[in-house]
Design a protein around this ligand. Structure first.
Ligand code: RRO
Length: 312
């Protein structure tokens, strides 16, 4: 299959990439994705202005079923200068997306100003949905704040920006966020971040499995697939066509990638299952996707992308 896909000025030869937070904190990890067969792009860990240690351990838990996770990492990262240096000065094999975040509006704006001043011309992802910093709400659940922030950003910013969104659960919220995003020249949206503030209990000890936040954390893996697909689909039906979509959530098989495509995803990222299996997962998923295309006699991505069928 020809997987050729374009977002803004970036060209992708494969559809899959690592989801934010997974295999992307250090250059060593990032390089493993750069060289993973079947990978189409690399996402860096969301960077704050200064490096952060994150929340105390345990802060990441894989369910015994090996397909689901909960995390309260708390934004551990090596700081914007580290990741900016990586995308500017390393020999990158794949298109690489520089993810940024901030603990305040001013920090976000300062990070974007720094990136713009550096001359970096690649894709940037603004994480509006980190669920795990104690006392800091997920920005994109506050529609007015999101609109105001994007307005401030686009008063000076000329780069290629995408936004990482939290999952929405109400049709009125899909309408509201799409209307806001459609006002801006965004390159893409990435839907979805982990499903915030779930709670997992260890049946042997009757305790939570994460140290921070009393055990509350972001859910990932197979359990969030239906929520992720709903968000990709709902956004694709509402966003202007220039805004592309990275589908994230619940990908453990080639069929899951196929379903994200049906809902309208341009690229698909893999989080929990990448952490479980390692970077060899990209080739497995692409091979499984190829098998589905062969079985259905599909010859081009256009026959699948956004082509979900309704019953009426
Ligand atoms: O670092 C984290 O705790 C984290 C982040 Br920034 C995010 O965007 N999503 C997530 O599940 N964890």
């Amino acid at each position: 299959m020809n997987y050729s896909t374009t977002i803004a000025n970036e060209h992708f030869d494969h559809l899959l990439l690592n989801a934010g937070g997974i295999f992307c904190e250090s250059v060593d990890q990032l390089e493993k994705i750069q060289h993973a067969p079947g990978a189409g792009a690399v996402m860096t860990k969301s960077a704050t202005a200064e490096k952060r240690a994150g929340n105390p351990n345990p802060r990441y838990f894989t369910y015994p079923d090996h397909h689901n996770t909960i995390n309260a990492m708390g934004l551990p990262n090596l700081g914007i200068d580290y990741y900016l240096d990586y995308v500017l000065h390393h020999q990158l094999t794949l298109p690489t997306i520089l993810s940024v975040v901030g603990l305040s509006e001013e920090e976000i704006l300062a990070n974007l100003k720094k990136i713009q001043a550096s001359g970096y011309d690649g894709l940037i992802e603004l994480n509006l949905s980190c669920p795990n910093v104690p006392g800091k709400p997920q920005i994109a659940y506050d529609f007015d704040t999101t609109d105001h922030l994007l307005d401030r950003i686009y008063s000076f910013f000329t780069g290629h920006l995408g936004v990482k969104l939290p999952p929405y659960f109400d049709m009125a919220h899909f309408d509201r966020i799409a209307k806001i995003l459609n006002q801006y020249p965004l390159a893409y949206v990435n839907a979805v971040n982990s499903v915030g503030n779930g709670l997992v209990i260890d049946p042997e000890t009757d305790r939570v499995v994460l140290m921070a936040k009393g055990g509350f954390g972001g859910l990932g893996g197979a359990q969030i697939k239906a929520t992720a697909l709903a968000n990709v689909r709902a956004l694709r039906l509402r966003l202007k066509p220039e805004i592309k979509i990275i589908g994230t959530g619940g990908v453990t098989t080639g069929r899951d990638v196929y379903d994200h495509l049906l809902c309208g995803a341009d690229l698909v990222s893999v989080g929990s299952q990448l952490a479980i299996e390692g970077p060899s997962i990209f080739q497995r998923l692409e091979d499984e996707l190829e098998a589905i295309f062969a079985e259905k006699h599909i010859e081009s991505l256009d026959q699948v992308r956004g082509k979900l069928k309704r019953l009426d």
